[in-house]
Design a protein around this ligand. Sequence first.
Ligand code: X8Z
Ligand code: ZN
Length: 630
Amino acid sequence: MKHTPFVPRFLRAALAAVPLLAASSGCATSAPAANPSPEAPSAAAPKAAQAPLTAADARQFTSRVNDELKQLWTRQATAEWIKATYITDDTERNAASVNEEVMAYLNRAITEAARFKDVQGLDADSARMLHLLRVTSPLPAPNSPDKRAELAAIAAKLEGLYGKGKYCGPEGKGACKDLGELSDIMAKSRDYNTLLDAWMGWHSISPPMRPLYERMVELSNEGAREIGFQDTGALWRSGYDMPPEAFEKEAQRLWGQVKPLYDDLHCYVRARLAKQYGEDKVPAGKPIPAHLLGNMWAQEWNNISNLVEPYQGQPSLDVSAEIQSQKYDAVRMVKLGEGFFTSLGLKALPETFWQRSQFTKPRDREVVCHASAWDITYDNDLRVKMCIKPTEEDLVTIHHELGHDYYYTYYYKLPVLYQQGANDGFHEAIGDAITLSITPSYLKQVGLLKKVPEGDKGLINLQMKDAMEKVAFLPFGLLVDQWRWEVLSGRVKPADYNASWWALREKYQGVRAPVERSEKDFDAGAKYHVPANVPYTRYFLARILQFQFHRALCQAAGHKGPLHECSIYGNKDAGKRLQAMLELGASKPWPDALEALTGERQMDASAILEYFTPLRAWLQTQNKGQKCGW
Ligand code: X8Z
Ligand code: ZN
């Protein structure tokens, strides 16, 4: 899979699947033939002793690394897949051992790659691949075999702790609930104390992660330094075709563009929550208690859309109710998603996708339910791994994951170092851009909505529901890595892990912990991507990029009129434009890929602002006289 934890490449790509180390695919090629020994990755072997390296050597080196990585990453993705779909000590150890091999290979290959630094006349592909190789793993390992083994074991353990996490009631005596069940409570309950219990319950799974996490930070920083980065966070920030400091500024620039919209939404939602739970619990001018927003991390608020619905008496927007009453099963939901992509002229998913994916939660074993998309062999072995429930939220996630798989399927013929998104935000934005075309008319067409909302009131209700998902997410998308960047740089020490987490949640999201927390807690660890070591800024970028992609696709489709009314469903011109970008993978700097789709070379939040223009004006009227901010 590609988007997951420590990530290998796949991870980087889409979190779709794997995180730890590296990549996603493998190959249908022969087999162990070129299986590189960790001690002797073939790298740039050929030249006799002191002969100066040439551009031709670099080409040969990168070509060999691509071949070898494809094999190694395939073995790694295979082990990760087995582990994630069957968590046991054995599968954890097995995955850790392959990860260790990949780490060892990368250590050697990156060291070898450094020898090409001063070679004159490198062609653009060689130079790009040498760079991509260096930043490919979000979990760089130290060269010492013992430390490498320790890091691989810790990484596997952390993800396992998250995957197996359960809460068994205040005294540990109740029926045990997993994240799926606790998330249902967060989504549906409107009782302050029931919500608090579910919130505290899930946050009780992460304190045991803390010592492991601390050690992971130390070890991976050592690995990052050995390959020339200040720390692992600097390595993460180096994957955006600009210096890491410039990327930090870029993220803040984009946040500056959207913050005023978020602030307007926050103010309105807080006022409505105060009506629901009382001003004593949700005071004006203060951060909102984090357990009241319908989601374990308060990252998306759409589960409480009904609490904040602007106008009563409008046609229902409740797609979950239709999915359930029509008894959709998981496969039918995924087919619906595939149908959107094929309507654009994109190809159908391979038969193996349907045979090999995990669509629902198995009853008889522990699995990682966090959704992901994979190309196990880097050769079109596409899959999703989900625990699908019949809800609109999961229908949206299906489109998200299929976006990853469609990226994979259009770039799998490239060398593996190019088998990733133009940047990781692109990978996360594809499926989401498609969901922006899931308009009420589309839903009516496929029978999931009885009536299309009309007029200003219908529009504002609809935009509010969208904003509760898309706009609400923005600060969370940014802050997770603001925290990790600080932790990884050593500016935040273990003694302040929890306090600094909440300082950022308050600063960016305007939410606060519902009960007093201490350094015994490790609340960041209750969010998948932290124990799984998946970088998170990608999701922030994706929330912005998806609107930019949507606007361009709508233009390609010849849409006239407001952006929020556009659906590209069935439009082959839009499909062609999308495909042109997908096929590039990471072969070109992301501004080139962005240009191929949008004609623009800068990430830009003006499309999301344009999309929500009607709601913004409405919110500002509603908020008049309110004490906004926190
Ligand atoms: O992790 C994911 C996807 C897999 S790449 C399900 N997302 C982030 C999250 O769940 O926190 C998608 C939205 C943000
Ligand atoms: Zn994703």
